[in-house]
Design a binder for this molecule. Sequence first.
Ligand SMILES: [Mn+2]
Length: 357
Amino acid sequence: MVEFGVEKLLKDESFVKLERIREKGKEIRKALSGKRVFIASHTNPDGDAIGSAAGFYSLLSAAKEQGKLDLEIEFWVPGFNGGVLFGKMEELGLEMTKNPFEALRWAEVVVVLDTPVPKLAFYQSREFEGLDIEKVLSDKFLIVIDHHIDGNLEGNITLRELFSSTCEIVTWLHLLAFDDVALTERESFFLQVGSFTDTGSFQFDYVEETAFVAMAFLTKILKPSSVARCVFWSDRDEKFELKKSYYGKVDFTADGKLAILIADETMVELMNNLEKVEVEDIVNEALRLKDVEAVLFAYPVENGKFKVSLRAKTARVNEVAREFGGGGHVRAAGCVLDEELLPQLIEKMQALVEKEV
Ligand SMILES: [Mn+2]
């Protein structure tokens, strides 16, 4: 008989990562008990930031409703205020706090998800302008749940493991430390969102067996197709316009192994009319080409700087991103740099893909 599933993975010696989640999960559960809790993720949120914050909030509110955990919770995803997913959140009865500033002050415990560096926790959010975030967080019991291995946001409890998405980690937290809590449709929905978006629909090579087992658990209550309908099959007209302009502008170098797109103002305007979660997959578009090994997607932000996203099939793009002050995942990383440095970054990327067969 073929062994499959959670029990099999727990027996497997290579899955010490799961044991660590179980241990940290127990600590987290204890730390939340009886407390006022504020859950947040990073600003300019992607599917995993939204999904993990809304998913973890749903798990904790289910635990509370089912009498398994006593706590008060508020949650907030900075910069998340529109689009299909936002509508879905309201439809599923999830409500973000109206006053994050007050909620942060009110909280005894702050849980920050999918956020590698302190400045990304609430960074550039209007609500917290003028506030010394690092100082405010240092006065709270801080719990960090994240899958960016080069992250340096440290909490009183830090659960940082190399899994395919923060949503996957939250799913394992449910399975290993909150297994007495019944899975709800809204938790399943939001954890599936990040599980899809951060893995390129399970295409990226850091996707392991654990990701599929976690997903299998989530689909017990909600079919992936109903999540896909909201995430992939609901593009607005602006997204279609953006794709048209992407295909018109993408360029290739290094024998066609590196695709480069430097967005102009028209594209930036189209992107600004969409939520980040609606446009994050556009970066991967050129990876569809057989010979393309990596993509570099750059767009102007403020003060003559460019925000750059790097994606690869097998190359280690996080190392290049780090050289320019950024970071991220092995195959999905990024940085923000001065326009003058763009040619240098392109050269590094060319050299990187030249090494790939
Ligand atoms: Mn993520």
